[in-house]
Design a protein around this ligand. Structure first.
Ligand code: NAI
Length: 330
């Protein structure tokens, strides 16, 4: 069986080729992202494997179906980039990797927070320039702060378990509160209360049509002055233009983002010799109190091993039985 990978990077090839020793599939790795032109290059593949910024819309799905593709495997958790309804209509099975080291993303979230609150991103450069002054590096303690966590699934829960160790009060919001967290002292509240009372807000819910721009001019105005916001979930949860305004007004004190609403044009690429046309990200990166990482929260050895293992097992199960044993189908 032939499987074509899109948006492939050397590390994908490394981990998937190793895992494929168990399956002996014919793997093809395309650096390019999937779109309605590229999809025409497919010949006799059974499955395609895509990542977060590959657009798998109705148009692409129609072509995939005509090419005989039976399986779309997402090597990620989020699936907002796939038209599931169209896939169903065309009889293409879609699977994802619902959980792969939620701790990887939770730990990166914490790393972003601990960078911003102690300004280590500034200190690192300063000391390298032999500037040992502390002026401008004044931080704040995480201890005793109120942390609002939106979305308490696998990653939100893992983050809560980490941040609890700092002696914080946790406010949480989820459509389906987690009993275990509730019993452990996490206080589920409505979003308004979470926005109003949190010193630090961390987003861990999926992006859906209902929560697009969850963080916007109006919700930001409810928040505490100087609030810290961390988003390792999906870029579309934050209205970036509104966030920039709030940063200029010192309403947002610190912003850490591992995801960005226009990231598909930028992230995972080396653009260091290019002129970036996206003025919004450039403005964002000009703030000293903003930390941007390029969708790397998942990027640990452990997570890549699990992603390749689960993806190839799902493809194998789906090809053999039309369903997966343990893996969630979409
Ligand atoms: P999960 O499915 O375990 O948990 C998501 C939680 O969000 C669930 O408890 C669900 O009830 C809740 N939820 C859904 N809609 C909501 C809403 N409108 N408001 C509040 N809560 C809502 O997912 P998991 O594994 O925790 O991942 C969360 C998100 O993290 C993913 O959807 C993905 O967007 C992002 N992610 C980012 C990565 C990165 O590298 N930056 C890597 C992996 C995931």
């Amino acid at each position: 069986m032939k499987v074509a990978f899109f948006s492939s990077k050397p590390y994908d090839e490394l981990f998937f080729r190793k895992e494929n020793e168990k399956y002996n599939f014919e793997l093809e790795f395309f650096e390019t992202s999937l779109n309605s032109q590229v999809v025409n290059a497919l010949v006799d593949e059974t499955a395609i494997c895509v990542f977060v910024n590959d657009i798998v819309d109705r148009n692409v799905i129609e072509i995939l179906a005509n090419k005989g593709i039976k399986i779309i495997a997402l090597r990620c958790a989020g699936f907002n980039n796939v038209d599931l309804e169209a896939a169903k209509e065309y009889g293409i099975k879609v699977c994802r990797v619902p959980a792969y080291s939620p701790e990887a993303v939770a730990e990166h979230t914490l790393a972003m927070l601990l960078t911003l609150n102690r300004k280590t991103h500034k200190a690192y450069n300063r000391v390298r320039e032999q500037n040992f002054s502390l002026n401008g590096l004044l931080g704040f303690n995480i201890n005793k702060k109120t942390v609002g966590v939106v979305g308490t699934g696998k990653i939100g829960k893992a983050f809560i378990n980490l941040i609890k160790g700092f002696g914080c009060e946790i406010l949480a919001y989820d459509l389906f509160p987690d009993k275990e967290l509730e019993n452990s002292g996490v206080n589920y509240v409505d979003l308004d209360k979470l926005f109003k009372e949190s010193d630090i807000i961390s987003l861990h819910c999926p992006l859906t049509p209902e929560n697009k721009y969850l963080i916007n001019k109006s919700t930001i105005s409810e928040m505490k002055d100087g609030v810290t916001i961390i988003n390792t979930s999906r870029g579309g949860l934050i209205n970036t233009v509104d966030a920039i305004e709030a940063l200029k007004e010192h309403k947002i004190g610190y912003l850490g983002i591992d995801v960005y609403e226009q990231e598909e044009k930028l992230f995972f690429k080396d653009l260091s010799a290019e002129i970036i046309q996206d003025d919004t990200i450039q403005r964002l990166m000009s703030f000293p109190n903003v930390l941007v990482t390029a969708h790397q929260a998942f990027f640990t050895q452990e997570a890549l091993e699990q992603i390749s293992e689960i993806t190839l097992r799902s493809i194998s199960d789906l090809a053999k039985n039309g369903k997966t044993e343990k893996i969630e189908m979409l």
